[in-house]
Design a protein around this ligand. Structure first.
Ligand code: BDR
Ligand code: CA
Length: 313
């Protein structure tokens, strides 16, 4: 079975790894890349996304989306994690291909109307494009098959504040809109992604199997690995963004639990994803909130092999 997806992204090194995996896997049909600010400013995210398409020989639409959080000033970016160029200071030749002229939100709506009930929205950056698409087309939840998100921290600490993960923290008000919508949403947060460190050996395998795509990921990951390896003895990094894509095709690798979710938008709880498993609270703040699926575990070895096998194709 082939899964039609739109990949909403802020490339980003783990975004690049995830995008190439999606391109490589025969059961994933990427209708387009929609970009958003996050790791880098949105203009850079869009240019980086087209460049990744060029590197992979993919001629698909790439759109530029929201460049600011729903509320508040322009974000600070994560160049200290992803490098000045978003690709670990490897500075690949930027593609000169034009972007699709539509906004990311409009592209999502157009595709959802064209393929009603068929598309999974896979969001691996802050959630402004999805929130805007929901505002522009309130029936969007009925038009898509589901939503898979890399973001949040349900039962573990955050990575930006003690309680918030970066994608949700970057645009907490947008995330609150997206998590409150009536659609089938599965969250791949730090609960599952930080359980799964990837080693230099893994990067070597990707590069051996595919010198162009794996080689790119390996080179770009050196800077990213230095960031993640501070304060530990081994060298590792985390490919957060590839998890929702792996789940699309191999859900049996994951343990998923249900809960009702609220997203914090205050000063202290900004971006916190507070998940109440069924029956754990009587508070209407949660009992009347949307139920989502939260990934809590993954089979690490099989996940690695899935990525390696796809890069080898
Ligand atoms: C998320 O934030 C970004 O740095 C990554 O690309 C990923 O989407 C992890 O918290
Ligand atoms: Ca990302």
């Amino acid at each position: 079975m082939t899964h039609k997806i739109i990949l909403d992204t802020d490339p980003g090194i783990d975004d690049a790894m995830a995008i190439f995996f999606a391109f490589q896997h025969p059961e994933i049909d990427v209708l387009g890349l929609t970009t958003v600010f996050g790791n880098v400013p949105v203009t850079m995210a869009a240019r980086n996304a087209v460049t990744l398409c060029d590197i992979a020989g993919q001629d698909i639409p790439v759109t530029q989306g929201v460049g600011m959080p729903w509320v508040g000033p322009e974000s600070t970016y994560a160049h200290f994690v992803h490098g000045d160029d978003g690709f670990g200071n490897t500075f690949p030749k930027a593609s000169e291909k034009p972007l699709d002229p539509r906004s990311s939100a409009q592209f999502i709506i157009d595709m959802a109307r064209q393929y009603p009930g068929e598309i999974t929205l896979v969001a691996i950056g802050p959630l402004g494009n999805l929130a805007l698409a929901l505002r522009l087309e309130p029936d969007l939840p009925k038009l898509v098959k589901g939503v898979s998100i890399m973001g949040g921290a349900a039962f573990v600490p955050g990575n930006v504040t003690p309680v918030a993960e970066a994608n949700i923290w970057n645009d907490a008000h947008a995330a609150a809109i997206v998590f409150a919508a009536d659609w089938k949403l599965t969250m791949f947060g730090l609960d599952v992604t930080l359980q799964t460190p990837f080693s230099p050996t893994f990067m070597d395998k990707l590069a051996d199997k595919n010198s162009t795509l794996g080689g790119f990921v390996k080179d770009a990951s050196q800077f990213y690995m230095d960031f993640y390896s501070q304060n530990r003895d081994d060298k590792v990094c985390f490919f957060h963004d590839a998890f929702p894509l792996a789940h699309l095709i191999h859900p049996e690798l994951f343990t998923v639990t249900e809960g009702q979710v609220r997203v914090g938008t205050g000063e202290l709880d900004r971006g916190q994803t507070v998940v109440a498993p069924a029956g754990t609270t009587a508070s209407p703040l949660w009992t009347e909130a949307q139920t989502i699926n939260v990934a809590t575990k993954v089979e690490h070895d099989k996940l690695e092999q899935l990525f390696i096998d796809a890069y080898a194709l």
